[in-house]
Ligand binder design. Structure first.
Ligand code: NAD
Length: 216
């Protein structure tokens, strides 16, 4: 991925890829920036601008082939290889993630679970062998691990992150509603369910835009 690409562009590329995957499944062979824009709820200008960061795709006037653009987006997003994933924290969320059926379809392979609870370590949960956090180095010596889903309580999130960094895991998807710090060579993405809920509460508690707010 070239440097300086806005993170919002990367998020939109993921959406364009999903739209293209649906189009391909529906047997559609060609698409346009207008169509992609309508499906992704952005402007056609935005679609063209996002794609232009990576080169020129498609033909002016006749759009893009669905298969060709999908292949390019998969390449740009690094989805042309398999990624090994571990789940750190095999509690309610960790177990739900282990049961998520579509990870493999996107080339993310769950390879192990990690926990500190002695009643879980050494068992199999959701089809994964559960290792102790202290055994991360041995786990990584056995097989490469690219990504960790961090599904531990807030109080444990930084210590678990430190252990992942120390063991050499380069990517962390943090589900704990807290900020964790990691050195620049480790990429952390957060999935903050509570923050989304609070944003929703904020928008729902606003008066509708076309009704003037009551004045006292
Ligand atoms: P949970 O208590 O059910 O499970 C947490 C697991 O983490 C336990 O198995 C525990 O033994 C393990 N753990 C604790 N410290 C650890 C460490 N240092 N290293 C490895 N494992 C450790 O909690 P949960 O409901 O699964 O939530 C996990 C995280 O995900 C929390 O931060 C929570 O806020 C967040 N989250 C949960 C949900 C949900 O629906 N359950 C939704 C969104 C976000």
């Amino acid at each position: 991925m070239p440097k300086g690409i806005p993170s919002a562009t990367v998020s939109r590329l993921v959406i364009y890829l999903r739209v293209l995957t649906d189009l391909e499944a529906a047997g559609v062979a060609r698409t346009s920036s207008d169509h992609l824009a309508a499906e992704a709820n952005v402007s056609a200008f935005q679609v063209r601008k996002d794609l232009a960061y990576f080169g020129s795709f498609g033909t002016r006037g006749s759009g893009y082939t669905v298969a060709g653009l999908k292949r390019e987006l998969r390449r740009i997003l690094g989805l042309t290889r398999r990624w090994n994933v571990i789940i750190v924290g095999m509690g309610r969320l960790g177990q739900a993630l282990a049961a998520y059926p579509q990870l493999d379809q996107y080339d993310f392979t769950l390879v192990a679970g990690v926990d500190v609870d002695s009643s879980k370590v050494g068992t199999r949960i959701g089809g994964l062998n559960v290792h102790h956090l202290d055994d991360l180095p041995a786990l990584l010596a056995d097989q490469p691990v690219d990504i960790a889903f961090l599904a531990v309580p807030v109080e444990a999130a930084q210590a678990a992150t430190d252990a992942l960094v120390e063991a050499g895991v380069p990517g962390i998807l943090n589900f704990a509603p807290t900020v964790v710090s990691a050195p620049p060579n480790v990429t952390v993405e957060s999935v903050d369910f509570l923050a989304g809920l609070k944003r929703l509460a904020y928008f729902l508690s606003k008066p509708p835009v076309d009704e003037p707010a009551l004045t006292s």
